[in-house]
Design a protein around this ligand. Structure first.
Ligand SMILES: [Zn+2]
Length: 299
C-alpha cells in the first residue's frame, strides 16, 4: 500500500458513465437578464441603454435558442434567477413548456462572497419562491451567481433538498460533494464548470461595467469549445457549457453554438444530458464524497 495518489486512470475512483456512454455534454443557459447588473449597480435601473442590452435574451435571444434546441432535439438546463422569472414570466414559461430543465440561480444574482450563511439561505429561499410562483417548479439544481460559493453554501443547498450544484472548478467529472468537513454529513452532486466554457468572457461587453471591448469572433469561440469538447471526450469527462441568452442568443453566436451541438451529436458514445440527469446518474454510483477543506492562511 502507498499513500501516493493514483494518476494513471483519468476517471476518478468508482466513477463510470451509463452503459454505452464514454463522456457527457451538458448545455446550460444562465438567464441572468438585468439581475447581475442591478445587484452590482442598483443605479443602473435608470440606465435604459444598459437595461435594453440585458433584455436581449428575454425579448429575442431565448426564443432563437429555443428554436435551435428544438431543431437539434436537445434538452438543456436553464438556471433562472427568481427576479428574471418575475420580470419575464412568459418567456420563462416557454422554456419550461419546451421541456427544458429549470434550475436555481439566486434571486437577484447575488454573489456569495462576503455573505453569511443566513443571508445566502434567505436568497435561496426567495429564489425558490419565485420559481414556484411563476413557473410552478421546484428545482433540483443550483448554480451560484458569478459561480460564487462559500464553504457554507453546500450545506444550505442540501438543507433545501437540492440534488446538485454546478459551479466548482476542480474536476473534469461529476462527483459527490461533502457538505461538511466532518464525515457522515449530507452530500450533493457537483457538476463542475469553468470560465473557459462560459460565453461571458469572450463575448460580453458593457462599457464601464464588464468586458475589455475586444469581442471574440464566434468562429474562434467555436474552435476553442470544440477542442475542449473533443479533449474531454478522450478523457471520459463532462463538457459543461455555460451560455447566457442575452450573450449567445445573438444571431451568429447561436449559429456557432448550433454547430457545436451538431459536432457533439456526431460523437459516438457522447451523452447529451441535463444537469438533473447527470446528477441522478452520479448519485447512484456510491462514490466517496469529496471533502473541501477550508485552508488556514499561514501567519
Ligand atoms: Zn449568472
Amino acid at each position: 500500500m502507498t499513500d501516493a495518489a493514483d494518476w494513471r486512470d483519468p476517471l476518478p475512483a468508482g466513477f463510470h458513465w451509463p452503459d454505452g456512454v464514454r463522456a457527457a455534454a451538458c448545455f446550460t443557459f444562465d438567464v441572468d437578464a438585468e439581475s447581475p447588473i442591478l445587484f452590482e449597480y442598483p443605479e443602473s435601473a435608470a440606465w435604459m441603454d444598459v437595461m435594453s442590452h440585458q433584455a436581449y435574451g428575454a425579448r429575442t435571444g431565448i426564443a432563437r435558442l429555443l428554436r435551435m434546441l428544438d431543431r437539434r432535439g436537445v434538452r438543456a438546463t436553464f438556471f433562472i434567477p427568481g427576479y428574471s422569472a418575475e420580470r419575464w414570466p412568459a418567456i420563462c414559461r416557454s422554456i419550461r413548456d419546451a421541456g427544458h430543465e429549470i434550475a436555481h440561480h439566486g434571486y437577484l444574482h447575488e454573489g456569495a462572497h462576503g455573505a453569511s450563511a443566513e443571508v445566502q439561505d434567505a436568497r435561496i429561499v426567495r429564489g425558490l419562491a419565485s420559481l414556484d410562483e411563476v413557473l410552478g417548479v421546484h428545482p433540483t439544481g443550483y448554480r451560484g451567481p458569478n459561480w460564487e460559493m462559500t464553504f457554507e453554501t453546500p450545506a444550505i443547498l442540501a438543507h433545501h433538498g437540492f440534488a446538485y450544484d454546478s459551479g466548482m472548478m476542480d474536476a473534469d467529472h461529476p462527483y459527490l460533494l461533502a457538505t461538511t468537513e466532518e464525515p457522515g454529513g449530507a452530500t450533493i452532486v457537483e457538476l463542475p464548470g469553468h470560465w473557459a466554457l462560459d460565453d461571458w468572457e469572450p463575448y460580453n461587453y458593457l462599457p464601464g461595467i464588464t468586458g475589455s471591448g475586444i469581442i471574440s469572433s464566434p468562429a474562434e469561440v467555436l474552435a476553442r469549445w470544440t477542442l475542449e469538447l473533443e479533449a474531454l471526450v478522450e478523457e471520459g469527462g463532462l463538457f459543461m457549457l455555460t451560455n447566457h441568452p442575452f450573450v449567445s442568443g445573438r444571431a451568429s453566436r447561436a449559429v456557432a453554438l448550433e454547430r457545436l451541438i451538431e459536432r457533439a451529436q456526431s460523437i459516438d458514445g457522447l451523452w447529451i444530458a441535463t444537469g438533473a440527469e447527470l446528477a441522478a446518474h452520479t448519485a447512484t454510483l456510491g462514490l466517496e464524497a469529496v471533502v473541501h477543506r477550508r485552508p488556514i492562511v499561514p501567519a
